[in-house]
Design a protein around this ligand. Sequence first.
Ligand SMILES: Nc1ncnc2c1ncn2[C@@H]1O[C@H](COP(=O)(O)OP(=O)(O)O[C@H]2O[C@H](CO)[C@@H](O)[C@H](O)[C@H]2O)[C@@H](O)[C@H]1O
Length: 474
Amino acid sequence: MRILFVAAEASPLAKVGGMGDVVGALPKVLRAMGHDVRVFMPYYGFLPDKLEIPTEPIWWGNAMYQKFAVYETRLPKSDVPLYLFGHPSFMPRRVYYGEDEDWRFTLFANGAAEFAWNYWKPNIIHCHDWHTGMIPVWMNETPDIKTIFTIHNLAYQGPWRWFLERITWCPWYMEGHNVMAAAIQFADEVTTVSPTYAQQIQTAAYGETLEGLLSYVSGKLSGVLNGIDVETYNPETDRFIVENYNADTVERRKTNKVALQEELGLVVDSGVFMIGMVSRLVEQKGLDLVIQIMDQFLSYTDAQLVVLGTGDRYYETQMWQMASRYPGRMASHILFNEALSRRIYSGCDALVMPSRFEPCGISQMLAMRYGCVPIVRRTGGLVDTVFYNDPMNEAGTGYCFDRYEPIDFLTAMIRSLEAFRHKDHWRKLQQRGMWQNFSWEKSAYEYIKIYNRVLGTSDPGEPTEQPQTSGVTV
Ligand SMILES: Nc1ncnc2c1ncn2[C@@H]1O[C@H](COP(=O)(O)OP(=O)(O)O[C@H]2O[C@H](CO)[C@@H](O)[C@H](O)[C@H]2O)[C@@H](O)[C@H]1O
């Protein structure tokens, strides 16, 4: 099968959130299963710092009266061909910014469609989020290229139809009041990143005004749980952390905890309960709950809190101000730092994720992989990945609460603090999290089934041809 992944992010090159993790990891796994998977993403101004890119493009194209170049390289540490869409509008050193975002990513999506028609023709284009939403619309008239549209974040739906018509030409048959709606309508299959979230988005509470459309297309809508890159994120081999360990040597995490406390200027004490939060600082992530309870929690306990994230100025300021109220007990780092995130996962005792909604969530899986116990609100993918701690039956992997209420979150925090005192139980809880299998293989098979379904081919999971590493196949 020839599959072209099109997305705005791909880890480790361009990652703002979890979508980057997915697009950086899944193609490698699918390729290892014998499919010819390639990735198409923007050529951001910061990319030459991170990988070698040939100076000569392999192809020139046109879209929306703009000329663009496509450069070919590889996803780092893999043989996955990576095509970079080169246009001056992507040259600033940021992924998302500015007023022309709608225009810029519409150009990118239209450019990807041109590329698929004219240079490398895949059987399937796997599109991610609204940035690629025009692709299913264009491919509606190209029956031999099927499209899968994966929703990572329903809250961002791209330009409204009236604006789209001002910036580009929309085909006569196009329906949908914004790009996301159109993509949902025209894609051959729509997926989201967990089974629970796939159900939730068909309701008014989570549908972000698209619940009607999503229930209407429920026959082609499914939820495939994300995995994590278990090779990159492996506490046994991770070079970003001070002490490597595994589930049998989980007590070695103490060294990481102390190193993290020293690094962040917190009181050094390996016995205190240390909580981390690694997240985009936006409404989705439940920051209003954090703001409402954390003062109380920190004042009445000796726990420590570390926040790593960027996002809305309001939440950034709140986190920073809260840290200034608890010197030596709380640290807020308002930046994106992959290495520090791993030191948090490997040093903190627990990770909080009180999300308002959560399509899947990668952070809680990374936390469990590193023996950091998740405290989560049961919504979306958090329902599918974190299970109540049940020390009596030695089951469960974290602490959960249901209602989006400060008191419920506070209760879950206090319960986890209490459990932390019972060292034996806590160790077992950590180990159960570390033993979970979050590798991508299972999800990759699910996607292969979906690819086969849209192509009308059978034998799900079986490779259909040997991957090619380069060259034009049209
Ligand atoms: N400041 C920082 N420094 C370093 N690393 C940071 C960071 N802030 C976040 N990260 C990293 O970014 C990733 C966050 O992924 P999530 O899936 O938890 O959330 P996100 O909302 O971005 O993703 C969306 O897409 C994904 C993928 O489908 C869904 O799982 C999710 O529910 C959906 O909201 C993790 O790998 C985390 O470690």
